[in-house]
Structure formats: C-alpha cells, structure tokens
Design a protein around this ligand. Structure first.
Ligand code: FMN
Length: 182
C-alpha cells in the first residue's frame, strides 16, 4: 500500500479479535512513531504499552466516549520542552508533535492489518493509573489490535469536499457544508 492509499483506507476500529499483536510488529509501529517530526527534533514523547487486562479495564473507564474491546493499548506521554524551547512549549507544540506520532502509529498499524482508535481520555485519572508524573501530559490512549471484521471502506462523502476546504491567499469564509460541523 502506498502512503496515500493507507491514509484513505484507515478506519477507526472498535471491535477487536483477542489475538495479541506480536512484539516484532509492535516494535515496527513504535519505530514508525519515532520518525514523526517534532520541534527542533526534541522527540517529546514516550509510549506506554498496556496489555494487562485489569489496567485496560481501568483505562476504559477513563474513556467515556470510546466503547471497545482491544487486547492492548498505547498511551502517548508528552514531555515538556519548556527549558530549551519556551515559545514552542507555549504554543502547544509538544502535543502537536505527539499527534503526528499518533498518526504514524495509526498508519503503520493499518498497513500491517492492525486497527486503532484515538480514545479521548480523562487525563488526570489516566496519569494516576499509569503512574505518569504530574509535569508530563498524556495525549491519548490508543486501543489497538486485529479488527474483528474488515471495517467498511470510506464513502467519498465521509469527508468534506476538497474544494470546500481551500482558501486562496487569505481566509475567505466557510462554505455551507461546514456550517454543520463547527
Ligand atoms: C482528537 C480525536 C479524538 C477522538 N476521540 C475519539 C473517542 O473519544 N472515541 C472514539 O471512538 N473515537 C475517537 N476518535 C476517532 C474519530 O471518531 C474517527 O477518527 C472519525 O469518526 C472518523 O472516522 P475514521 O477514522 O474511520 O475515518 C477521535 C479522533 C481524533 C482525531
């Protein structure tokens, strides 16, 4: 699969087979994550691999909008870069970089037949469960595993049309198709 095909074919997955993701496959996924861009190549991320079913259950309670049965998850921890790059910290770039690493994880996983989701989490509770120090952020927890069934491919109208997203030279307003979504 080339990059554009993988981008277009990836789907959020909620229903997983119980089979574990092998370590060598997981390694390749984290390897893809670490090649994401970051401010001054600070790489302000750590990844916590969670396979313990008790911990997964506790984490599920911190993700009220994510119903899933994944056999594992990856928590993405964001490290501050305040000391060397206060401006970049102030505008939120460690988190932006972390989100780019998440996209790499999702695309690499998908290419190897593995599904993911982005779980929106109650961060303070997740930090407590995973023993993450106060000064670090936790961006998301990514449920991961082999999809129970092949997720349906996207319909073209799953996304807004390209022409409705483009502005030239300056912001020229939003098209009617966007009124519903912001
Ligand atoms: C920042 C962000 C937060 C999201 N939060 C959740 C969530 O809490 N639960 C969930 O099941 N999916 C969540 N998603 C996944 C989206 O629902 C999903 O990507 C979107 O519906 C488009 O579907 P697709 O990924 O299959 O194209 C989130 C995605 C992003 C980028």
């Amino acid at each position: 699969m080339n990059v554009i095909e993988t981008i277009k074919q990836r789907r959020v997955v909620h229903n997983f087979r119980p089979d574990p993701v092998p370590d060598d496959v997981l390694y390749k996924i984290i390897d893809a994550a670490r090649w994401a861009p970051s401010p001054f190549n600070t790489q302000p991320w750590e990844f916590i691999i969670i396979r313990n079913s008790g911990t997964l259950k506790k984490l599920a309670k911190c993700a009220p909008t994510t119903e899933c049965n994944a056999p594992m998850a990856i928590a993405v921890v964001i490290l501050p870069i305040t000391a060397r790059y206060p401006f970049h910290q102030q505008v939120g770039e460690p988190e932006h970089a972390g989100a780019m690493a998440v996209q790499n994880i999702m695309l690499a996983a998908w290419e190897m037949g593995i599904g993911t989701a982005w779980a929106t989490i109650e961060k303070d509770k997740v930090k407590q469960i995973l023993n993450i120090p106060e000064e670090f952020d936790v961006l998301t927890v990514i449920p991961m595993g082999y999809p129970m069934e092949e997720p349906p491919t996207h319909e073209e109208d799953d996304r807004l049309p390209v022409k409705d997203l483009m502005n030239f030279e300056e912001f020229t307003g939003v098209s009617d198709s966007r009124i519903l979504v912001y």
